[in-house]
Write a protein that binds this ligand. Structure first.
Ligand SMILES: Cc1cc2nc3c(=O)[nH]c(=O)nc-3n(C[C@H](O)[C@H](O)[C@H](O)COP(=O)(O)OP(=O)(O)OC[C@H]3O[C@@H](n4cnc5c(N)ncnc54)[C@H](O)[C@@H]3O)c2cc1C
Length: 458
């Protein structure tokens, strides 16, 4: 409980805004949420795009600390690894972790948002829908939402997504004290569907993230409860112009995803009618204004979705902020400063990791050298589980901050370079040499940084 309840306004009742509202309300603050869109619970089409998300350790930690993970887990499907589909229809499976207990969870963004809004209201948070933020007066500490007078606040949190109007207001008011860049990826996405088979079962392996990697474009599928998969097609932005007719779309799928066609009866309609989703990276600094305003989630650091960490990193913003609120009590200046210093580093790191994973998923999952290094790394992880975790595992199964993962990954890459020299099978790996290198180069660094490699357990 904080010493003095504060009047808190949150702009944006998406995943991050709704969960933040719950965390702050439970600490005794007077929290009101404002959302641009109508209430999605009254009309499914207001849910926005039906994308599926992967929930991983850092996201689970925040949900658990708000006592919500059990309820959220109920609406997920566990995902244990990646299934790669080659153009010839061959499938290769790569487990994510060292065993099946290390899994991710697939969830519908809309369903999760509904659950979080319900829980926010149950906790006593008032949500105003159809109320977009129009402007903020930093000098008067009040915010204008459509249909409302200028509403005063002690603290305002901008969780209003990649096109954040809170961020725009900060940039305008802070002038050259703020820097902002939006880098388009140059590839956009389309949502598509793979329905359940005629018996209501899954048509392909249920507990996997399926990828059809084709160089600079790819198809992905994540399981839903009930037998269907939500698919996402990623392709260069300027290609969409070429595929405007059912015939051209069919030609494209026949050429690149022939094995998926029988599983996707509506692929032409999905492609031609579903909106083309923009992908890009937002880099903003600073994320806070005095002790007054802070940005969280996509508003601060929208990233490309190829590490499955957009929401997870937004939830880790919440965890860090709430921990600081608990620690600093009424000293909100200390909370905001510490949030800026710690999470900005993390936001930059997760943005970089996600861009690198785009290259990995597009190009490298079909690259023999890359697959070989992955196999060797898998053997190292299994041989020395308390000393070595892959970068992927550190991001997804531990609470190690993203920027520390990047640093550890650089050391590990050098170790891999050395131990892969002159071998053609993971069975030939020199385990003594590998352990020696880990003990010399990696373990001391973890110790120095105070990092424990343990997997996050509930
Ligand atoms: C294809 C794809 C796949 C993804 N996969 C994953 C994944 O596997 N794992 C993962 O962790 N993340 C994933 N992400 C990222 C994830 O969806 C986002 O990071 C997450 O939704 C961000 O949550 P948010 O609450 O910050 O923003 P949003 O979810 O965008 O919510 C922002 C809210 O603010 C509202 N708003 C906007 N303007 C205003 C305004 N003027 N006033 C008031 N409210 C406003 C919006 O209506 C919305 O409700 C994926 C994203 C995409 C596109």
């Amino acid at each position: 409980m904080s010493e003095q309840p504060k009047k808190i306004i949150i702009s944006g009742a998406g995943l991050v805004g709704s969960l933040l509202a719950i965390g702050l309300k439970k600490r005794g603050h007077d929290v009101t949420l404002f959302e641009k869109r109508p209430d999605m619970r009254k009309n499914l089409k207001d849910q926005g795009r039906s994308i599926n998300l992967i929930v991983t350790a850092k996201g689970i930690k925040t949900l658990a600390s708000c006592n919500l993970w059990d309820a959220v887990k109920e609406i997920t499907v566990p995902v244990n690894g990646r299934m790669m589909h080659s153009i010839a229809g061959e499938m290769t499976y790569q487990p994510y972790g060292k065993d099946d207990s290390e899994c991710n969870y697939s969830i519908s963004r809309g369903e999760l948002n509904v659950l979080l809004m319900n829980k926010a209201e149950e906790a006593g948070v008032k949500i105003h829908f159809n109320s977009p933020l129009l402007d903020i007066s930093l000098s008067r500490k009040c915010a204008y939402f459509d249909g409302h007078n200028c509403l005063s606040y002690d603290h305002l949190f901008g969780t209003d997504g990649a096109g954040s109007p809170t961020r725009d207001a900060l940039i305008e008011k802070m002038g050259d004290k703020a820097t902002f860049k939006m880098h388009p990826l140059g590839a956009d996405y389309k949502e598509m569907q793979m329905p359940s088979d005629p018996n209501g079962d899954y048509s392909i392996e249920k507990n996997a993230l399926h990828i059809w990697p084709r160089g600079n474009h790819m198809l992905m599928a994540l399981p839903n409860q009930g037998g269907s998969f939500t698919m996402t097609l990623y392709m260069p932005t300027d290609w969409y112009e070429k595929y405007k007719t059912p015939e051209s779309v069919e030609g494209y799928f026949k050429e690149f995803y022939p094995d998926a066609i029988p599983l996707m009866p509506n692929f032409k309609k999905d492609f031609l009618e579903n909106p083309q989703g923009f992908l890009g990276t937002v880099r903003m600094n600073p994320w806070v204004y005095e002790d007054q305003v802070a940005l969280l989630g996509d508003a601060a650091h929208a990233i490309v979705p190829f590490f499955g960490q957009g929401m997870n990193s937004g939830f880790s913003d919440i965890q860090y902020l709430l921990d600081q609120v608990d620690k600093n009590k009424d000293d909100w200046k200390a909370t905001m400063t510490s949030y800026q210093d710690h999470q900005k580093l993390n936001g930059d790191a997760v943005a970089d990791l996600s861009l690198e994973n785009f290259t990995e998923m597009c190009d490298k999952v079909g690259d023999e050298n890359f697959l070989f290094r992955k196999k060797v790394e898998h053997k190292i992880e299994n041989s020395f589980p308390s000393k070595y975790r892959s970068r992927y595992a550190m991001v997804t199964y531990t609470l190690i901050p993203y920027h520390k993962v990047v640093e550890a990954g650089k050391i590990q890459s050098k170790i891999l370079d050395e131990v892969c020299k002159g071998i053609s099978s993971p069975d030939e790996l020199n385990l003594d040499l590998t352990e020696k290198l880990i003990d010399e180069k990696l373990t001391p660094w973890f110790k120095q940084e105070g990092i424990k490699l343990e997997r996050y357990h509930l």
